[in-house]
Design a protein around this ligand. Sequence first.
Ligand SMILES: Cc1cc2nc3c(=O)[nH]c(=O)nc-3n(C[C@H](O)[C@H](O)[C@H](O)COP(=O)(O)OP(=O)(O)OC[C@H]3O[C@@H](n4cnc5c(N)ncnc54)[C@H](O)[C@@H]3O)c2cc1C
Length: 331
Amino acid sequence: MLPPEVFVVTEQVQGQLTPVSFELLGAAKKLAEEMGGASISCVLLGADIRDLGEDLASHGADKVYLAEDQRLALYQNEYYALFLTKFFKKQQPEVVLWGATAISGELAATVAARLETGLSAHCSDLHLNEEGLLVQVVPAFGGKVLGDILCPSRRPQMATVKTGIFSSLSKGEGAGEIIYEDTSILDGCSPLLKTLKVTKEKDRDTSLKEAAVVVGGGWGVGSGENWTLLERLSSLLGGAVGCTRPALDEGWTNGEHTMIGTSGITIKPKVYIGIGISGAIHHLVGIKDAEMIISINKDAKAPILSFSDYGVVADFKKVLPGLIEKIEELS
Ligand SMILES: Cc1cc2nc3c(=O)[nH]c(=O)nc-3n(C[C@H](O)[C@H](O)[C@H](O)COP(=O)(O)OP(=O)(O)OC[C@H]3O[C@@H](n4cnc5c(N)ncnc54)[C@H](O)[C@@H]3O)c2cc1C
């Protein structure tokens, strides 16, 4: 049986709590109720974060552990992982939830490796089974299949949770205790990599929505290495890269905002080039307003081909390098 405590790793960027931090408290509350009234603890790292801690305490956290240190002001993987590994070795939690964000995704993986435990990424649901184990539900194959992942023997059971799945708790749900943690473990660490500053990136949704040429990649692209071919093509054409759900789930793309379709964005480029995409209706609704659709698919029966103005039936790996070379010659 799980002990009555669920841990959440909250995050701040530039002194602001990220929305997923509050959603994680919502997820923790659901699990805490399934456990018959467990408490919810969260940990936050940063500098001058007392106010943020109080905010978390008033949004349902029973205990808020703060690692307050100037060295933690910006996300630094080595410092953050060092602190959290020690912290969780001390706390011995059964369950730890993280946001499926760029920062927490990387950090959770580092900490999971150091704690020698498992980690399920991008969970869309969480619940306990009859044995009290955390069931980590992960969508696969473009959401067609939901996989239940268990971590039966290693501890803690850790999961990153997709943003926008769980509801945040309202302000006023609880008045938790604030506990300051010792950060002197950082003294012996000289990080090889250091974040110097955080700058807000141009809204990439807008750049994808406004691009005259969009190169879309799907499951058929096959790997992150192959994905660089799409990025090269798009940059030569002054365009942007979008993706399907499976390509997003594989982590080949720049993030959720690049997914095109019913659950993603709708685009209206002059030219859309779909590569390794079957043409599921969920994706097609996002590209139907493109002025011209070109697709490359090795299966002549792929639905996207009949939706396209021009279709190439081929392995894209045999087509793209030559196309890129030709465009480079002409530019
Ligand atoms: C509620 C719901 C909402 C959804 N919302 C979205 C959404 O917003 N956007 C979205 O995209 N999906 C969405 N999906 C998923 C959607 O239904 C499809 O599963 C998904 O679009 C399929 O992606 P795909 O074409 O990349 O993969 P697949 O369907 O697996 O197709 C891969 C294609 O690549 C081709 N291929 C393989 N290797 C090569 C090669 N070497 N060269 C050329 N071609 C190759 C194959 O022939 C195949 O046609 C949603 C699903 C659900 C249930």
